[in-house]
Design a protein around this ligand. Structure first.
Ligand SMILES: Cc1ncc(COP(=O)(O)O)c(C=O)c1O
Length: 348
């Protein structure tokens, strides 16, 4: 079976160098917010060509701290796409604000910017655009605060400076995936960077002096060391993902693919199938593993449906039809050919 993802292959690639790094950290006695985290922040921001990146404990905390540092809180509303990973919306709840769920585009699965104005109220403070599956979403031109959720889009966005903050996740399956949880907030404004750094350590400005109420959102040194080892191949890894997706699309042009984009980094390579169960079962018979990201729109999630204010038919359709195909850099050419040939013989 060609796996939809196999992290052990990345693990084997990095294991040797990681062993050396782990021993170095153990001997240093500096386990949190030390030399590895600072070096990772410098290297990741240089890689993205952005002024600053603050390493934090997860993608969800990156979104939460970006919102908090920008002053979003109780009484505010934040526009969020109705089709995304739930943490995009839960981060809004975590700062005490209300997520307002807005439909996505049929062609891209990204936020439909044309719907922002009608979703807006006098309480709306911000909008989060999600670059879902690694495909760059349009960053809206608006007087609202804009935050980009680039959890799935390392390298396809982040250097344009058109938003107040960009949040990344280093969850292990991500294009830049950690050995545990991790995230980063990218900012251009130094004051905002200082606020995120303060909020990630209990709102502390100097030892045991707490200016803000916050909790612990630190990244571990071990995670930072792993990410530093993975970063140098990220550009090539992204290219490999895009090549794999291109191969599938060329082999099966009759299937329903999202609109392409030259900067898509294919965190997921997704195709739509009207009868998803049958489509996945047939691929499984052919030895092709698949996934579903995500089976429910946020408006359909038991814990979040009370936030729905309007119908979001495109989000519901994406949730019903999306199928994620094997697409990770360590796939062999033989595996890629096998998936491509299997797709060529599939019906919609
Ligand atoms: C679009 C999106 N936003 C936010 C997150 C949250 O990231 P994490 O799992 O690192 O908290 C994820 C990952 O699950 C994601 O895919």
């Amino acid at each position: 079976m060609v796996p939809v993802v196999d992290l052990s292959r990345r693990g084997q690639r990095l294991a040797g160098a990681f062993g050396d790094a782990a021993r170095r950290i153990a001997a240093s006695g500096s386990f949190l917010l030390g030399a590895e985290t600072s070096a990772f922040e410098r290297e990741f921001s240089a890689w993205l060509i952005v002024p600053d990146a603050v390493a934090v404990s997860s993608g969800a905390s990156a979104l939460q701290l970006a919102l908090a540092a920008l002053g979003v809180g109780p009484g505010d509303e934040v526009i969020v796409p109705a089709f995304t990973a739930v943490p995009t919306a839960s981060a809004v709840c975590a700062v005490g604000a209300v997520p307002v769920l807005v439909d996505v585009e049929a062609e891209t699965a990204n936020l439909d910017g044309a719907l922002i104005e009608s979703a807006r109220t006098e309480r709306t403070k911000a909008v989060i655009v999600v670059h879902l599956y690694g495909r760059p979403a349009d960053v809206p031109v608006t007087d609202l605060l804009v935050i980009e959720d680039a959890a799935q889009a390392h390298g396809s966005v982040g250097s344009q400076g058109r938003s107040a903050a960009v949040a990344y996740s280093f969850y292990p399956t991500k294009n830049l995936g950690g050995i545990g949880d991790g995230g980063a907030v990218v900012v251009a404004d130094p004051e905002l960077g200082a606020a995120v750094r303060r909020l990630r350590v209990h709102g502390m400005t100097e030892l045991y002096v707490h200016e803000d109420i916050s909790q612990n959102f630190r990244m571990s040194e071990v995670e930072a060391a792993w990410l530093r080892l993975a970063l140098p191949t990220l550009r090539d890894d992204n290219r490999r993902r895009a090549d794999i997706a291109a191969r599938y699309r060329e082999a099966a042009p009759h299937l329903r693919w999202p609109a392409p984009h030259p900067d898509h980094v294919y965190h997921q390579c997704v195709v739509r199938a009207s009868d998803r169960t049958a489509f996945r079962a047939r691929l499984a018979e052919l030895g092709v593993g698949t996934g579903v990201h995500y089976p429910l729109a946020v408006t359909q999630q038991p814990g979040y449906q009370h936030f729905a204010r309007t119908e979001c038919p495109q989000a519901v359709a994406w949730a019903a039809e999306c199928v994620s195909l094997p697409c990770f850099p360590e796939l062999t050419d033989t595996e890629v050919d096998h998936v491509a040939q299997s797709l060529a013989g599939m019906s919609q």
